[in-house]
Write a protein that binds this ligand. Structure first.
Ligand code: CMC
Length: 428
């Protein structure tokens, strides 16, 4: 194969090197494009063809339905690892041994406390506030209470910032939910596992001891692993681009949370459940909603279907579908919503509209069903996604800073007015 790509513009030829990744993906390196062509730029709205960086964290093959973190398949990780091991793997590049994992967990626990004044900020929000907005604000506010900027050239400082946010973030998540429910704010227990502690912090009632349910612990662990990273998606790109201005870790994460909130991204899990509820309320006629999704004059989209990268199947959806059935079976929950979800997915998988456009159920089609069975309110679903994505965002932010990437600053093609003289207000 050639090692260069040639571009011809107005009879002039320009060569650009081809670069190959470790999975044999090929990219055209156009770093010199504007310089050699005298200012010609590329245009690619939504970055459908544009690689923003080189990354060694997550590999994804959308045609084959492959997802790997640091080389390990998502199927194996979901089955054999726990969330904290996966977080360590994503952030530091290797699976931890027993000692490393124990130290990591113990360092996280040391930082599992937030300044009490954070409660005042939380109190200022109305109960009606969406938890994603609250979480983004509180994460950003953490900067005010931990103002020292991280020297990214110091491994120790980087490590401390990482364990700090991994310790504090679940508290913010739990408090966001408890505040909405009018429950007293509390800390968890340092004797518990990372995921068990999250469940206790979210669900413990003040008047009784919280009993761990291993089915729920296992289900949440799996969900968090499945959401832990997904290469350069909208929120991760936001975290990287925010951090590329050398903004701190916490504010970069806060920007990522805001990007995740939208219904085309992480907000889809809430949108799926609301859609399934609407279909149930409307008599459960899935065919009617299939028709709406296909009608181009109707803005309705089948939420939880389609993916920018997966054009065959979403491997996370496969794992989660089985998990949803297990959890509902184990808990003895009979949820009519699951039947509607199954019906929709069966119809879509054989409908030419969906088949031709390669639209398959994505991770969020089933995650909400599990969250609901766990007793998590619908508005918290995207917050749970953020909790899972946290290690991925951290890993990507760290990688971007360690590689000393330049500030993210896309170009544009200007299509507005050309020069015109100023018009006095009396003439407008
Ligand atoms: N329902 C109906 N039609 C759809 C859907 C859908 N869910 N998704 C895509 N299409 C159609 C779209 O109308 C277009 O049709 P046409 O070619 O006739 O104009 C075609 O499929 C391609 O769609 P697109 O919007 O150009 O594809 P995209 O890669 O830009 O968007 C997506 C990907 C995920 C934003 C989109 O599929 C979608 O809006 N899905 C529903 C929201 C959702 O479930 N999002 C969660 C994604 S997974 C979690 C995460 O990682 O964030």
């Amino acid at each position: 194969m050639s090692d260069k790509a040639t571009l011809e513009i107005n009879g002039n030829k320009y060569d650009f090197p081809l670069v190959t990744g470790t999975e044999n993906e090929v990219a055209i390196d156009i770093k010199t494009l504007r310089g050699v062509t005298g200012g010609v730029t590329t245009i690619d709205p939504g970055y459908k063809n544009t690689g923003s960086c080189e990354s060694a964290i997550t590999f994804l093959d959308g045609e084959k339905g492959i997802l790997r973190y640091r080389g390990y398949s998502i199927e194996e990780l979901a089955e054999k690892a726990d969330f904290l091991e996966v977080a360590y793997l994503l952030i530091f590049g290797e699976l931890p041994n027993t000692e490393e994992l124990e130290k990591f967990h113990s360092d996280i626990k040391k930082h599992a406390v937030v300044d009490d004044d954070i409660k005042k900020i939380l109190d200022a929000f109305p109960k009606s506030a969406h938890p994603m907005g609250v979480l983004a604000s509180l994460t950003s506010a953490l900067t005010a209470f931990n103002p020292t900027s991280v020297n990214v050239d110091s491994e120790e400082e980087m490590y401390n910032a990482i364990v700090r946010i991994l310790g504090k973030f679940p508290i913010l998540v739990a408090w966001t939910m408890r505040k909405k429910q009018g429950m007293p704010l509390d800390y968890g227990s340092s004797s518990l596992g990372y995921v068990e502690n999250i469940l206790q912090m979210m669900f413990k009632r003040p008047d009784e001891e919280y009993k761990q349910n291993p089915i729920l612990v296992n289900a949440l662990d799996k969900l968090l692993i499945l959401h832990a990273d997904h290469e350069q998606n909208c929120s991760t790109s936001t975290v990287r681009i925010t951090g590329s201005s050398h903004a701190g870790l916490f504010v970069s994460l806060s920007a990522g949370i805001s990007a995740l909130w939208g219904p085309l991204h992480g907000g889809a899990n809430q949108a799926v459940l609301e859609m399934l509820e609407d279909i149930k309320e409307d008599g459960g006629d899935t065919k009617k909603y299939m028709a709406k999704a296909k009608d181009k004059s109707d803005p309705f989209r089948l939420m939880g279907f389609g993916h920018r990268v997966y054009k065959n199947f979403d491997p996370r959806a496969k794992i989660i579908k089985v998990a949803a059935e297990e959890v509902l079976g184990d808990l003895g929950v009979e949820d009519p919503i699951l039947d509607i979800a199954k019906g929709l997915s069966e119809e879509a998988l054989k409908d030419p509209y969906f088949v031709d456009r390669k639209l398959y159920p994505n991770v969020d089609f089933y995650s909400g069903i599990i969250y609901r069975a766990m007793g998590i309110p619908v508005e918290m679903f995207t917050v749970m996604f953020a909790l899972g994505r946290l290690p991925g965002w951290i890993a990507q932010w760290k990688e971007m800073r360690m590689r000393k990437e330049p500030i993210g600053r896309p170009r544009q093609l200007y299509v507005g007015e050309t020069y015109r003289p100023f018009k006095d207000i009396s003439e407008r």
